[in-house]
Design a protein around this ligand. Sequence first.
Ligand code: KG4
Ligand code: ZN
Length: 327
Amino acid sequence: MDTQISYILAIESSCDDTACAVLKNDKVLSNVVAGQEIHEKYGGVVPELASRAHQSHIVPVITQALKQAGIKKEQLNAISFTRGPGLMGSLLVGTSFAKSLALALNIPLIDVHHMHGHILAHFIDNDGQEKPSFPFLAITISGGHTQIVKVADYHDMEVIGTTQDDAIGEAFDKSGKLLGLGYPAGPQIDKLATSGDPLKFPFPIPKAPDLNYSFSGFKTAVLYFVQREVKKQPDFITNNLNDICASIQHTLIKILFQKIEKAVQQTGIKTVAIGGGVSANSGIRSQLNSYKEKGWNVFIPPFEYTTDNAAMIGISAYHKYKKGYSA
Ligand code: KG4
Ligand code: ZN
């Protein structure tokens, strides 16, 4: 099947982005994402509003993805969709659409685990750039996950570390909310941190066993710190915003890499690939790159494949399709 050409349409609707991509084997022909600004004023994703927005976005997004790819739906070989995890109402919109389309076109339907998508995004053809070789460690960091995954093959993955409470993306977003930043705060903290002092405000490093993580204590530490300082100086946040953001980011990076280092030591696997929305963070990207000096082989996805997108679902589906899988 390797020499065959297959066109796969992928739909991702697990949270607050309605996304559709068309792939020709491992090449992305189109990658359309419609975000949902409606959640900004609520400081987080409102599930009911998310599913309603998916309902109105899905047809235009799919139409645009096909148009940009220059492909007619009759040329498609398979339809893929995010099976989960995610918000049930949001997932249902993408799932129902994918099922109906596959049925109408009489072609295979391929379900994909959202986090596998974030990991396999590294296998999207990127102008012939090197791809991770198996086995490697995938670090999935998003608004809902923080995991260390041992990847033995495209669909042979073992979670060897995970968060026991909040995800790292939540730690960014909730800390940012305490500082009055809009949702999602992660990208704003990243930006503000570039001109701040990362060592100005030391925050504690939460303890978690083995290769696991804990972020809920961190968020509480930021809350108490901000409350205490604002009491002393009402303009504290405005006067120190860059330094606070740099200190938050510095601590989260420290927490993240402590366990990544431990995982590399324990497994002896020195190939490390990051994925998920938080892997867009500039501090995390440069920290990972610095480990090249220690002989690590590191992989960082292009920005368009870090936050939720359908191309990552399409590449995962492609590797299932090659094996003859159908849902
Ligand atoms: O993967 P994703 O788009 O959705 C989930 O599956 O959760 O990840 C969204 C998360 C949010 O928490 C957002 O704040 C975070 O990714 N994020 C960032 C950055 N860009 C997105 N966090 C830190 N720095 C960034 N540059
Ligand atoms: Zn995601």
